[in-house]
Design a binder for this molecule. Structure first.
Ligand code: AKG
Length: 292
């Protein structure tokens, strides 16, 4: 079955108080919330990010470049820039970056709607009454709540699924623990590229035996989910792929822990820029935690 998608206005969330937990339990697979941020404010944030990026801790994630049609161009530079340390990184650095990124984001959004305040107030309406909290380490320090992701032209994010990352140390160190089956992704589109850069959800879950057929060739040295180069042609032929249209300012929630997904290649001069993270239920089902 293709992924099911719903769209809602940000001031019409009252009827969706259980939306996130429903998604975690197999309900609607994605939800676009329109205009969570004003696109004019985000255009200003993108300009500031451009100037400020060098002051932020950033990682370059290796990715592969494909020509149209899926032919591999080169396995060299990987060009997805992640601003803020992803949860895969070493603990001490990850936690100090989280603090830094938190204050940096405040500066990027200064003078307009504050990012953290806005996403918390929107997400809190969808938790079925559970408290929304930023994930913490055992020593009490906060995890990052989000990272910025910059996808330049000709770059795509390969197929991946949240479930394949749960053996990372940072997940084990998450205070209180979280229920791995419940991971949902969220992000806000800051800058839409001229073409492409669409989040695509496949009707294939992490434990689906059919996914094994994708893993045909192996390139050591790539990040976990990119060790295997995926045969795009067979995927598009064999599986339902649901693209989720978005505009700058929209927020997307989707069941990325469970369903394979990817971002199609960015075309045109403008990079695609998003900022987002992940949500999961605490092991005791009392809180909804978020992190990146
Ligand atoms: O568009 C993005 O920010 C990446 C979303 C994604 O692939 C994920 O949440 O796993």
């Amino acid at each position: 079955m293709p992924a099911t998608c719903a769209t809602t206005e940000v001031d019409a969330l009252a009827g969706r108080t259980d939306a996130i937990v429903d998604m975690m339990r197999g309900g609607c697979d994605s939800l676009v919330i329109k205009r969570v941020f004003d696109p004019d404010q985000l255009a200003e944030v993108v300009k500031r990010l451009d100037h400020a990026e060098r002051f932020f801790p950033a990682s370059a994630l290796k990715t592969l470049r494909f020509r149209n049609g899926g032919e591999l161009v080169d396995a060299e530079p990987l060009l997805i820039r992640t601003i803020g340390d992803p949860i895969s990184n070493e603990g001490e650095r990850y936690l100090s970056t989280a603090e830094h990124l938190h204050w940096g984001t405040r500066a990027l959004f200064a003078g307009g709607v504050d990012f953290e305040h806005r996403i918390e107030s929107v997400l809190s309406q969808l938790t079925g009454g559970r408290q929304l909290v930023r994930a913490r380490a055992h020593d009490g320090r906060s995890y990052s709540g989000w990272t910025f992701r910059v996808l330049p032209p000709d770059v795509a994010i390969d197929l991946h699924v949240g479930h394949s990352f749960f053996d990372w140390e940072r997940y084990r160190e998450m205070a209180g623990g979280f229920d791995y089956r419940t991971q949902v992704s969220f992000f806000v589109l800051l800058q839409k590229p001229e073409r492409g850069g669409v989040l695509e959800i496949l009707d294939v879950t992490h434990d689906d035996a059919r996914a094994q057929a994708w893993h045909r060739r192996t390139l050591p040295g790539y990040v976990a989910h990119q060790r295997d180069i995926i045969d795009y042609d067979s995927i598009d032929h064999d599986f339902e792929v649901t693209g989720v249209p978005m505009e700058a300012g929209d927020m997307l929630l989707f069941h990325g822990g469970e369903f394979y997904h990817r971002v199609s290649m960015v075309h045109g001069a403008r990079p695609r820029i998003t900022v987002g993270g992940f949500l999961g239920l605490s092991s005791d089902d009392q809180r909804l935690m978020y992190w990146a």
